[in-house]
Write a protein that binds this ligand. Sequence first.
Ligand code: PMT
Length: 403
Amino acid sequence: MSTQPSAGSRILLGVGGGIAAYKSVELVRRLSEQGCEVQVVMTRAATAFVGPLTFQAVSGRPARVEMLDPGAEAGMGHIELARWADQILIAPATADLMARLAAGIADDLLTTLVLASPAPLAIAPAMNQQMWRHPATQDNLARLCARGVQVIGPGVGIQACGDEGPGRMLEPAEIAAALHPARPLDGARVLLTAGPTREPLDPVRYLGNRSSGRMGYALAEALTALGARVTLVSGPTALTPPPLEQVVQVETALQMHAEVIARAAACELFVATAAVADYRPVAPAETKIKKEHAALEIRLERNPDILAEVAAHRPAPFTVGFAAETERVEHYARGKLVDKGLDMIAANRVGGPRGGFEREENALTVLWSDGQRELPMMAKPRLARALAELIAERYLEHHAPSS
Ligand code: PMT
């Protein structure tokens, strides 16, 4: 899969005021080599690190700095410039720039262009490790991620100030490779389950679980951003679904099973994020169960395994399962990958102090037959974007014509 900006893409490269600004000169060269047109817009602070003339020399266009520059506005006005861009990339994105972007402040040309442009925004953060770790920066990061901003990096290592830790801007080649104006899943039909199921005991009670639907809804949104046409089959949650091709609301595992099986043949990818009840009461009471006895026995029977059934379908879609485990996470997840015949499985530890059910954040170990990737603890929308990228990568590799 090529995740590189396609030739002819018009990239508005915002340069913030940090020492990493010098690397952005090389970034312009890399993007130009890939056939992109690059227009540099610098913050005033950035000009203290690199002169606008340097960017003009490598991009072939005068770098823009001032908002109210009569000369520049006479050429391409700032609104025109905002419309010109296919993609905005800010590298380096300083802590201050991230804060202004998160707050929607438009107090210079670059931040004004971000608000005035419909183009997707990517940022490559660069700052001191303490500034990166500060809760204010992490809050701003979460707000930007929730808005769909692509965050590239930062890297971890020795910093210009002598500190060591996260905050180094990634290398220009890595940033250029991570940009994806091309949508790798364009038109692919994805069927995705999310949320819990409820298995009725009587008309007022049910057996349920702690799934909030956050992970699945975030993944539905992230796959849509990559161009997929997503149908979501969701158990009961308190969430408003993102705009998707279709949303089907269900309550029980049997209903989820029926809705999925009816659509499985028409999808290219199936992603099972839902926490489906393995068992249901054999005979739910028709009227409310009364408190008549000291103990109550409820007989349960197995629900169909939706994921295993879809994976066994021929031709099978590219099938991605989840595994929620409290112990030996990787061991059990690999077992499910093999036993259910999946293409990929995303395993998470549940029942601990962080991640898993209900929480805003999660971490995943993603496994496939001959590889694996760790996605560390982060906010679910950001994690979903990383997982969606990985699913797209594996899916396209799976479908690559053999040479
Ligand atoms: O919803 P959140 O609060 O954000 O929490 C997210 C999550 C923890 C629910 C999610 O990350 C997750 O792990 N989902 C899968 C939960 C689960 O049921 O795991 P499991 O190991 O029991 O099941 C394995 C796989 O089989 C899952 O893909 C599941 O969707 C699927 N399955 C299970 C049983 C069944 N009858 N049919 C199925 O399709």
